[in-house]
Write a new protein. Structure first.
Lengths: 111, 114
């Protein structure tokens, strides 16, 4: 079964608005990562948050992690048309030799 | 430039005709992995390799083979492809697998099995 699931499946916003995507997972994790995928291309790593961290920032990205609720959120501030892509959360489960990916959120930023 | 290179980018084949998708990384990474991406199912791991000559099954290994004879190369082999292996395939690598490494992905191989 999937470890991570993103919500919503699709999101459409105007340029300049903020975009928030959520990820829920099922078991204890070592870390959680967010990746971006442009239209069928390879995924690109955005940010990693460890299980003992609650919030992390990188440029216009803000990630939070709530291990008690087994959930994470990715906030993209002041969105741009170039942010249009699919965003995936990936969890590193303790002892596993894999990252478990969710099904992704498709973000469309309208110019 | 640091990268993971997959070939081919697109491949159309027929049922039963053996094929190989190549993957090469130039970052001296120990860990390499293959994923398939299908609509509604996200990315699922096929096989992974912790280092040279060390490979193991992921979540969906049936119908696939891999080998890791050199650190930089990790080919994916479909001995007898079937239509249910039609998918978008990604190779990925990371420096090692000790906890906090990020994955670097190739550009993908779109495979269609007729």
């Amino acid at each position: 079964s999937q470890q991570g699931e993103e919500d919503p499946q699709a999101l459409s916003i105007q340029e300049g608005e903020n975009a928030t995507m959520n990820c829920s997972y099922k078991t204890s994790i070592n870390n959680l990562q967010w990746y971006r995928q442009n239209s069928g291309r390879g995924l690109v790593h955005l940010i990693l948050i460890r299980s003992n961290e609650r919030e992390k920032h990188s440029g216009r990205l803000r990630v939070t992690l709530d291990t008690s609720k087994k959930s994470s959120s990715l906030l993209i501030t002041a969105s741009r048309a170039a942010d249009t892509a699919s965003y995936f959360c990936a969890t590193r489960v303790n002892g596993a030799n894999n990252l478990f990916f969710g099904t992704g959120t498709r973000l469309t930023v309208i110019p | 430039e640091a990268q993971v290179t997959q070939n081919p980018r697109y491949l159309i084949t027929v049922t039963g005709k053996k094929l190989t998708v190549t993957c090469s990384q130039n970052m001296n990474h120990e860990y390499m992995s293959w994923y398939r991406q299908d609509p509604g199912l996200g990315l699922r791991q096929i096989y992974y390799s912790m280092n040279v000559e060390v490979t193991d099954k992921g979540d969906v290994p049936e119908g696939y083979k891999v080998s890791r004879k050199e650190k930089r190369n990790f080919p994916l082999i479909l001995e007898s492809p079937s239509p249910n292996q039609t998918s978008l395939y990604f190779c990925a690598s990371s420096l090692s697998w000790t906890g906090s490494e990020k994955l670097f992905f190739g550009s993908g191989t779109q495979l269609s099995v007729l």
